[in-house]
Design a protein around this ligand. Structure first.
Ligand code: ADP
Ligand code: MG
Length: 224
């Protein structure tokens, strides 16, 4: 079976006024459909850098990123944006909801970018996802009228709108208190299973990492 995503010999250096900072040294890893993977590592070890490259939001300094076997290095920005929009869902520590849009409108945004806005099917999909995250009664609310945990549940629904194959989650519960974080995490795993999508979860929590099928550690720029 072809990997959904494969990173081959990935290197990433940041060039700063203080010199060249090597963050990823020679990363090789593949992700299969439906698997759950935890990525752990100290703060500053390059986890977000790795996720940005894996999600085609940033380019590596060397090596290849393949999506369903297809090399991405030579793709134009528009093609990369399309691929990202169709293949990946993203959730971050901050919810990044648009504050002037309602909950429902926020969830519909990825479909809008894909040029499939406001169809009956999209509306049904958005409503289905909001029901799955328990916010069917909050669809007309603005993000500022929700709690932190509720906002993150909306972000989760939005990430799943286009039926991605892989959800990239960067410390998605890092801003929440322990009990709310637990609820959001349970939901994350349940949705991944329901929707049959793979989950790559960056986390500081060993407990959370233990819930994943596979655990990757990033130490000194090397993934193992
Ligand atoms: N745009 C950038 N320019 C220069 N250095 C950066 C940039 N982004 C991240 N870094 C540095 O790269 C290292 C890895 O950062 P990051 O990937 O954010 O780590 P993590 O997510 O594991 O905390 C850190 O030392 C950070 O300061
Ligand atoms: Mg980070």
């Amino acid at each position: 079976m072809t990997n959904i995503l494969e990173l081959k010999n990935i290197k990433k250096n940041y060039v700063t006024s203080a010199g060249r900072l090597p963050v990823l040294k020679d990363v090789n890893v593949g992700f299969k459909a439906g698997e759950t993977i935890a990525l752990v590592g100290q703060s500053g070890s390059g986890k977000s850098t790795f996720l940005h490259i894996a999600g085609l939001l940033d380019k590596p300094s060397g090596g290849q990123v393949l999506v369903e076997g297809a090399p991405t290095a030579k793709m134009k920005d528009a093609a990369l944006a399309r691929l990202r929009n169709q293949t990946f869902g993203f959730v971050y520590q901050q919810h990044h909801l648009l504050k002037e849009f309602t909950v429902l409108e926020n969830v519909l945004l990825p479909a809008q970018f894909a040029g499939r806005a406001s169809s009956v099917k999209n509306l049904a999909r958005a409503e289905e996802l909001l029901a799955k995250v328990g916010l069917e009664n909050r669809m007309a609310h603005l993000p500022g009228q929700l709690s932190g945990g509720e906002q993150q549940r909306v972000a989760l629904a939005r990430a799943l709108m286009n039926k991605p194959k892989l959800l990239l989650a960067d410390e998605p519960t890092g801003n929440l208190d322990a009990s709310t974080a637990g609820q959001v995490t349970d939901l994350l795993f349940k949705l991944a299973e329901d929707e049959g999508l793979a989950l790559l979860l960056v986390t500081h929590s060993e407990k959370l990492a233990a819930k994943c099928g596979r655990k990757l550690s990033l130490i000194d720029g090397v993934l193992s």
